[in-house]
Design a protein around this ligand. Structure first.
Ligand code: CAA
Ligand code: NAD
Length: 291
């Protein structure tokens, strides 16, 4: 199994908000990146947003934190878009950032287990789903781990690492050290629904939806209250739009099912927005309009 410094080729699956940022970080740290998405338009959008983000960081002289191989254009060239899971066969580490759905993720882990080399580490960027259950879909549960980045990955300083029941000490050490190589601070969570950050963040976002739903205040006043009253960079409703309302709803459902307490039950307004396709900033409409 590769140690952190030997991780040379990284597969990233899902080229949405998170996967594109993760691919950018790995490329800026000098890795060859294979970026896969089921939707070719998502790959094109990812390449454009990665290029823009790297150029913004380079213009501000902020790429140096990623180590010696920091030239912006070189980083962009290290990313290769691919179209099948088979293209990831030589990856040392694969980080999955597809839709927050346990069955879909498990199916992907089955395929990854079949095609990747025996030494490869398989990581999930899941916001809430059990790493132990994802690992159980493979024949290498000791090499499966949660590597939870925060949005936007190039800017946020944290990676939350989640050990499944069988994750080995060796794999944990390699992923921790690789995360530090990406310039991030690391925290470690046991494998409970929502881990540390979303266990605490999502009930707050849900409560903001209840406040809006029950007419406590306008969306603007709820967000301004939390921004100016508690010094959050974004209000909870704006943050929910930024994360994606579909992601917030999926996480709350995992918390509700896994912890069995009605306090995690998603607010009907959040459910209705997702049903209506109002998924947040990525779709141009959520709690707010981004037209
Ligand atoms: N790439 C490069 N640079 C970026 C960037 C990106 N993707 N996104 C923002 N930036 C830079 C901007 O260029 C800007 O730089 P300067 O200050 O040097 O000009 C800086 O970051 C701030 O950006 P903006 O001025 O555009 O906007 P902002 O001041 O509102 O900051 C933000 C944006 C960093 C996202 C800030 O609003 C923020 O911290 N919001 C909260 C984010 C948060 O809580 N994320 C966690 C969500 S929960 C999660 O991720 C877990 C989960 O499982 C759901
Ligand atoms: P997104 O909707 O922006 O992107 C998901 C991408 O995955 C899409 O481009 C989609 O085409 C692709 N995809 C879906 N199923 C696929 C499959 N089977 N094979 C290949 N590609 C597939 O979602 P996102 O916000 O980037 O979230 C991705 C993951 O990261 C989720 O597990 C989410 O919970 C987690 N996460 C999200 C955030 C956030 O703030 N949005 C933060 C941390 C973690």
């Amino acid at each position: 199994m590769a140690t952190a410094s030997e991780i040379a080729a990284v597969g990233v699956i899902g080229a949405g908000q998170m996967g594109s940022g993760i691919a950018q970080l790995a490329a800026a740290a000098g890795c060859a990146v294979l970026l896969l998405d089921a939707d070719s338009a998502a790959l094109s959008r990812a390449v454009a947003s990665i290029s823009a983000s790297l150029r913004r960081l380079a213009a501000k002289g902020q790429l140096s934190q990623f180590g010696p191989q920091t030239a912006c254009e070189d980083s962009i060239k290290r990313i290769r878009c691919v179209s099948t899971v088979q293209d990831l066969r030589d990856a040392d580490l694969v980080i999955e950032a597809i839709v927050e759905n346990e069955d879909v993720k498990k199916q992907l882990f089955v395929e990854l287990d079949e095609i990747t080399k025996a030494s490869a580490i398989l990581a999930s960027n899941t916001s809430s789903i059990s790493i132990t259950r994802l690992a159980s879909a493979t024949k290498r549960p000791s090499q499966v781990i949660g590597m939870h980045f925060f949005n936007p990955p190039p800017i946020m300083k944290l990676i939350e690492i989640i050990r499944g029941a069988d994750t080995s000490d060796e794999v944990f050490a390699a992923v921790k050290s690789f995360s530090e190589r990406l310039g991030k601070s690391v925290i470690c969570s046991q494998d409970y629904p929502g881990f540390i950050v979303n266990r605490i963040l999502m009930p707050m976002i849900n409560e903001a939806f209840w406040a809006l739903y029950t007419g406590v205040a306008t969306k603007e006043d709820i967000d301004t209250g939390m921004k100016l009253g508690t010094n959050h960079p974004m209000g909870p409703l704006q943050l929910a739009d930024f994360i994606g309302l579909d992601v917030c709803l999926s996480v709350l459902r995992v918390l509700h099912n896994g912890l069995g307490d009605n306090k995690y039950s998603p607010c009907p307004l959040l459910v209705q927005y997702v049903d209506a396709g109002r998924l947040g900033k990525k779709r141009g409409l959520g709690v707010y309009s981004y037209a």
